[in-house]
Design a protein around this ligand. Structure first.
Ligand SMILES: Nc1nc2c(ncn2[C@@H]2O[C@H](COP(=O)(O)OP(=O)(O)OP(=O)(O)O)[C@@H](O)[C@H]2O)c(=O)[nH]1
Length: 569
């Protein structure tokens, strides 16, 4: 003590602070009376508050002790030091026993709590200043200012129930944005008053906290909204699926059928040239490649020979062209145009003998035309086209459905008969074709027909049966007229290439073919095969087919075909 007073008088106020730390052991007597007067309630509630604080949260207990420490400084130098001492021991003591206690405490307090709750809404206006958490710690640390905090304590209770009613109904619908504003309030409120209000307050406070939950159903409604949007959409797919798609398909199928109808406006020569354009482009292009800045020598001649053979013109025609070039232009510069001109001339020479018009001997009543050829080469179509020409020329025509193996072939011929106003003789499917030909010949005689055109099957799958059938037809017709059939036409599909040569060979031997119709010259790159067939078989080529329409059958012209395939104007 002596040292203590010495330092006070000698060093003054500054050193007083240092001495407090040094002399902690001996302390002046504490005026407990004054302290009790200052905080009558706090003394008793102190252990309870500590228990609450520890149980509820450490953060809450902290402010409760701080006021106790602040109470000590009130007596200035003497009290500050003792303050921490008494407060420190009570803290650990209540911790253990209070753990079970806090549970009953909230139960006891809630009973008085409900009482202030009802008045709470009435005191709402005054409570607003009170609800601030500040007053709660204030009463304990500042007993001198008791008047101000003292009333605040009773107000705190009502003020806390106040936020409860506020969030309950009114704030729930409000957006979650209000929740953060309220969150600070519940954080400060719970320490002292929550126990009394917890049962009801939590139940009521929960809703605002659960506000996001009620908000969630709203987005659910929003999700439901798009569904009804999908409902109105059905009207769109309905017309789209029912009308648009179907109409498109129909139009796509109808357009190509309607397209060929206006085709007749182009001349057959134009269609032939267009059809042979592929053959011509390939051929002339290759020729130009051979004769680009090159003199005519053995090598160029061999190259040209290869080009012509690959164009299906045949070896004979190719040699004719190269021999012609070598005899007149060997060793000289030759342009591709000159080569194409020579080629056109030589091809025309090959075709000219076979390019002959179809002659009908009407002394025969009827003149019998037997049409043969491999399936799909255009027999039935060619018969229809030919019947149209004959009927247009005033001739009386009868048709015979000799292809008894295909119902479609019979029906197709009947259609052509209706178009050309020509009667069609047909029998049941699978009947003897020779017997049908015999009956048709008799009926044509009886009807006084000028021409009888007989369709036949073209099944090369069974060549023996095919040959037997064709031979039988010819034999039966000969019984009625030794010279019948007077004309045997074979349809040759230009797209078949070299195989067409073999087909002509077969049918010529079996049926005595004496004339050809080259079909499908429109749009093929293998038109040169006609030259090869003409050169090899030397059979008359009466017509060429340049389309599927009734007027797409044209007389064959050697010069026009030669110029078209050679690319010569
Ligand atoms: N582009 C084009 N198509 C043709 C020509 N000639 C026939 N056609 C088509 O070729 C297909 C076959 O013709 P058809 O007359 O049935 O041939 P077919 O030899 O009678 O065939 P089968 O009845 O099976 O023996 C059909 O779709 C015809 O329209 C033609 O010159 N040019």
């Amino acid at each position: 003590m002596a040292g203590f007073f010495k330092k006070i008088f000698s060093f003054g106020k500054k050193e007083v602070v240092e001495e407090r730390v040094d002399e902690t052991a001996p302390l002046p007597p504490i005026k407990w009376d004054q302290l009790d007067a200052l905080k009558p309630e706090a003394d008793q509630a102190a252990p309870e508050v500590l228990a609450r604080d520890e149980q509820q949260s450490v953060a809450e207990a902290a402010p409760a002790r701080e006021p106790a420490l602040e109470l000590a400084p009130a007596p200035l130098p003497e009290e500050p030091t003792p303050a921490p001492e008494p407060t420190v021991p009570p803290e650990p003591e209540p911790i253990v026993p209070t753990e079970p206690e806090p549970l009953p405490q909230p139960e006891e307090e809630p009973q008085p709590a409900p009482e202030p709750e009802p008045p709470a809404p009435e005191e709402v206006p005054p409570a607003q200043p009170g609800p601030s958490p500040a007053p709660e710690p204030a009463p304990e640390p500042v007993p001198q200012e008791v008047p101000a905090p003292a009333p605040a304590e009773p107000e705190i209770a009502p003020s806390r129930p106040e936020p409860q009613p506020e969030p309950a109904p009114a704030e729930v619908p409000t957006p979650p944005s209000e929740v953060p504003a309220e969150t600070p309030v519940p954080i400060e409120v719970p320490p002292a008053e929550t126990p009394s209000v917890e049962p009801s307050a939590e139940a009521e406070i929960a809703p605002p906290i659960r506000q996001p939950a009620p908000v969630e159903p709203q987005p659910i409604l929003a999700e439901i909204a798009p569904e009804p949007d999908a409902l109105p959409s059905p009207p769109n797919p309905a017309p789209a699926a029912g009308k648009v798609t179907v109409s498109k398909k129909v139009e796509q199928k109808a357009e190509p059928v309607k397209a060929p109808e206006p085709a007749p406006r182009r001349s057959w020569f134009q269609r032939m040239r267009e059809g042979l354009a592929r053959s011509s482009r390939e051929l002339t292009g290759n020729i130009a490649g051979v004769f680009t800045k090159r003199k005519l020598d053995e090598e160029t001649l061999l190259d040209l020979e290869d080009v012509l053979i690959r164009a299906d013109l045949g070896v004979e025609t190719a040699l004719r062209v190269t021999d012609s070039l070598a005899s007149s232009r060997y060793g000289r510069d030759v342009s591709d145009a000159e080569v194409r001109a020579v080629m056109a001339a030589e091809v025309e020479k090959v075709l000219a003998p076979v390019a002959r018009p179809l002659e009908l001997d009407l002394s025969h009543k009827p003149h019998v035309v037997l049409v043969v050829g491999v399936n799909g080469t255009g027999k039935t179509t060619t018969i229809g086209k030919l019947a149209a020409k004959l009927t247009d020329g005033g001739l009386k025509v009868m048709l015979a459905a000799g292809d008894t193996f295909r119902a479609a072939a019979i029906e197709q011929l009947k259609i052509w008969g209706e178009r050309t106003k020509s009667p069609v003789i047909a029998t049941k499917l699978g009947a003897d074709a020779a017997g049908l030909a015999y009956d048709a010949f008799e009926k044509a005689k009886e009807a006084g027909s000028d021409v009888l055109i007989i369709d036949t099957a073209g099944r090369l799958q069974n060549k023996t049966e095919l040959m037997a059938e064709l031979e039988k037809i010819v034999r039966v017709l000969g019984k009625l007229d030794p010279e019948a059939p007077h004309t045997v036409l074979q349809t040759v599909d230009a797209t078949t290439g070299q195989n067409a040569l073999n087909q002509v060979e077969i049918f010529r031997n079996v049926a005595g073919v004496n004339g050809l119709v080259m079909t499908k010259l429109d749009g093929t790159a293998r038109g040169g095969i006609l030259v090869a067939i003409a050169a090899k078989h030397r059979l008359p080529v009466y017509f060429i087919g340049v389309g599927e329409q009734v007027d797409d059958l044209e007389p064959f012209s050697a010069s026009e075909f030669a110029r078209a395939i050679a690319g010569v104007a």
